[in-house]
Design a protein around this ligand. Structure first.
Ligand code: MN3
Length: 198
């Protein structure tokens, strides 16, 4: 992680970050590596490449790759798009793109938080760049990655209870609102550039 566990307080508490990174994310990495170890021809592929071509993954590990490869890729993004000195209004090209696609940042936030609230059970809310080059708000269940369907995740929030329950308990909406205070817009801009180039 690019900062201390406590660095995102008071919006995300240190104990949540420690367990989330060291236990949950670590488990996805370990499970993915164990599965890939059974098919050494896959070792040199990136996790994103595995997810982007899931149908070509041997059937005996396909759902392990979907869940744990997704878990790894989703969380790798998640740590990077947050920062202790984050939040505020978007800057740079993402600010322009948000205004073009949603009308305003406020509209995006509302759509995104709605998607997060409506996701029943565990999953993610996303801002993705579609293959058609549009910014859209989506949501996926479990650890399903937007890369599975060819969308590029620009920004995503983890809706699993492990991401917020110690501090927010059942109040997912409060967590969704607070999370915008730690967004790393410089990193989000980098991801938009990567998405356009991919
Ligand atoms: Mn998580």
């Amino acid at each position: 992680m690019p900062y201390d566990y406590e660095a995102l307080e008071p919006y995300i508490d240190g104990e949540t970050m420690r367990f989330h990174h060291d236990r949950h994310h670590a488990a996805y990495v370990n499970n993915l590596n164990a599965a890939i170890g059974r098919h050494p021809q896959l070792v040199n592929q990136s996790a994103i490449a595995l997810l982007s071509n899931l149908d070509s993954i041997p059937e005996d590990i396909r759902s392990i790759v979907r869940n744990n490869g997704g878990g790894h890729v989703n969380h790798s993004m998640f740590w990077e798009i947050m920062t202790p000195k984050g939040g505020g209004a978007p800057t740079g090209n993402i600010a322009t793109a948000i205004n073009e696609n949603f009308g305003s940042f406020a509209v995006l936030k509302q759509q995104f938080n709605d998607a997060g609230l409506k996701r029943f059970g565990s999953g993610w809310a996303w801002l993705v760049l579609t293959k058609a080059g549009k910014l859209e708000v989506t949501s996926t269940p479990n650890q399903d990655s937007p890369f599975l369907t060819g969308d590029f995740p620009i920004l995503g929030n983890d809706l699993w209870e492990h991401a917020y329950y110690l501090k927010y308990q059942n109040l997912r909406g409060d967590y969704l609102n607070a999370w915008w205070h730690v967004i790393n817009w410089a990193e989000v801009n980098k991801r938009l550039e990567m998405a356009i180039a991919s």
